[in-house]
Design a protein around this ligand. Sequence first.
Ligand code: NAP
Length: 314
Amino acid sequence: MSETIALVSRIRVDQESGYLCALATAMPDEKITLFRSMSAVERARARIAIVANPDLADVAALPNLAWVQSLWAGVEQLVAAWPANGPPIVRLVDHEMSRTMAEAVLAWTYYLQRDMPAYARQQREKAWSQRIYRKPSDMTVGILGLGTLGTEAAARLTQAGFKVAGWSRSAKALPGVTTFSKDDGLIEMLRVSDIVVCLVPLTTQTRGLLHAGRLAAMKAGAALINFARGPVVVTRDLLASLDSGHLSHAVLDVFDEEPLATDSRLWRHPDVTVLPHISAPTDFGTAAAVIAENVARYRQTGRLPGGVDVARGY
Ligand code: NAP
């Protein structure tokens, strides 16, 4: 038996026990223990920590870590406070999460393409009015971020017949996707997109990425889907753009603060759809299987899974 793997988390107890159970099932030969239940000797010897919104003081109380596995795909909170000499962070890259996110992107793109917000409003007003149908092939969906999630979403949208554009930090070539990079590429993509989908990680570069100037560069009547992180979009500027009628609708799954405060204007805005961070939840079983593979490879070869670049922020 190797040393104990620490599960360091500050999540709901039912979620925590769900993960613990899935991890134990996926790694029957490993001992996985909640940080708070570990002995001083176990803490001193632990080489691997699996973390979900951890208290960093708890992570620091594991002095012998070789690496830290996040249960989330987004690691901005860890990266922001990670000590310079901290162990490498590995984020969750799970094909099932990419599939779920691509499904969400397609579902909410259809919601906007088929004018569902307008028809819901018309029903409340008992208004019988047939709006002009827009074919997917006449619409461009622009994706901000062409990583694990953005790439799969782009493929799903292309299969569904939408024209797809994508923007990333480094230049990329993807089949069927018009790609952009750099600042002028961003503006160009915003100008041609009927729907903009946000799938970039939150970093010092992407915080406030969609501010008033860039929202103004979007097509009149375009819509926004933010499935990345709240602070990538400047909420005040988004509300102003919706109020002015320049943007037609925003589907928001992520917010500056979560849960969204009950007095937030976003809840009551007629052109905003609020979702409670559900576009791509981590699946206990598949996440545990991915982590089990990472752990097994590390035990067999000493090789660490591909890590997060803390300086780059993702
Ligand atoms: P990823 O594989 O790291 O991909 C990130 C993409 O964003 C890459 O294409 C990267 O460009 C691009 N990017 C990063 N910084 C940029 C910048 N400054 N300018 C332009 N492009 C930039 O990440 P992922 O797995 O696709 O996940 C993306 C994010 O989705 C996560 O960080 C997380 O916040 C969010 N997420 C949300 C949910 C939810 O339920 N709402 C679930 C999972 C994840 P390069 O290709 O050039 O590196």
